[in-house]
Design a binder for this molecule. Structure first.
Ligand code: GLN
Length: 293
């Protein structure tokens, strides 16, 4: 990105895309668009309506720094401080997991379930991280109140920013603690119509094989859960019963090899009457849904 000739948006997009491709960065075109639109303060679509606009020297310098970090596999969401999920924009920092497209499956199922019910719905979202699951549900289903918990203070700060960003303060309570710990069973609205969670579920061996952009940059505590990745899921399943109303639902995102084990854990509680394991777009097991008796 040096030389005397001018850099238009079009030329830069092509150049950055090729550069990131050469460094084996995932989705190089999209990454280039996200970085460029961030630096220029434009929407992605506006890059295409202003293709021939010449980019200033100062912005080129800023882009240069970010492209270099992206080439080292630093996540684009960390470089731009945001990520789109369920067509909504979320603030992101290195303190929370970056929302994944496969997690949209959980949000879809949750909204479908809520629409079959009447009256105000109480939802509990565990391991809320940046709050993307709970916020996406709340934006798309008005008649609900949400309690979201997380063990990490800095993650809860990000969640709080996102709750405010989407104007949901009146319907949210963010609580710090380990899973259900901040809730007292039997006191106040501590029985829910729906419990959602995308817990840490990556096994120790699988963690070592994660791509660099995940393994070296995202919080390990948001990813791993013991030798089989099931440590947190087991605790959630054994405690969930005390917090669920009759005919309510528990929805847990899982890893693609955990379907059978999680089904068995849910069956063994004898608390649920229907259990399904749903597949993501890649046709891999991704979501356990259990309906309480
Ligand atoms: N699916 C994510 C990954 O493999 C992990 C998400 C999680 O642990 N909840 O990167």
């Amino acid at each position: 990105m040096t030389g005397n000739d001018t850099w238009t948006i079009q030329r830069l997009l092509n150049w950055v895309t090729e550069y990131l491709k050469g460094k084996s960065v995932d989705s190089p075109r999209l990454s280039a668009e996200l970085l460029l639109s961030h630096v220029l303060g434009l929407k992605r679509i506006e890059l295409y309506t202003q293709f021939n606009k010449v980019v200033e020297q100062e912005q080129l310098a800023q882009l240069h720094g970010l492209v270099k970090r992206a080439a080292d596999h630093e996540p684009i969401a960390h470089l731009t401080g945001k990520r789109e999920f369920y067509s909504l924009e979320f603030d992101i920092t290195k303190d929370c997991l970056i929302p994944r497209p496969e997690t949209e499956l959980l949000v879809e199922r949750a909204i479908e379930f809520l629409r079959t019910r009447t009256g105000e719905q109480y939802i509990c979202d565990l391991c809320t991280g940046c709050g993307c699951i709970a916020i996406s549900i709340a934006v798309n289903f008005a008649n609900c109140k949400i309690v979201a918990t997380d063990i990490s203070d800095p993650a809860l700060e990000v969640a709080e920013r996102n709750v405010i960003k989407h104007g949901l303060q009146n319907r949210f309570k963010l609580l710090k603690g380990d899973l259900f710990e901040p809730l007292i069973p039997g006191l106040g609205p501590a029985k829910f119509d729906l419990i959602t969670v995308n817990p840490p579920y990556v096994s120790e061996p699988a963690f070592e094989n994660l791509p660099k952009n995940v393994r070296d940059f995202e919080p390990k505590s948001a990813l791993t859960a013991g030798p089989e990745g099931l440590d947190i899921i087991k605790r959630i399943i054994s405690d969930a019963g005390q917090f669920l109303k009759p005919a309510s639902a528990l929805m847990i995102e899982i890893d693609n090899d955990q379907g059978q084990a999680v089904r068995k854990l849910l069956e063994d509680t004898e608390f649920f009457d229907t259990i399904t394991i749903g597949k993501d777009n890649a046709k891999l097991d991704r979501l356990a849904v259990a309906f309480a008796k």
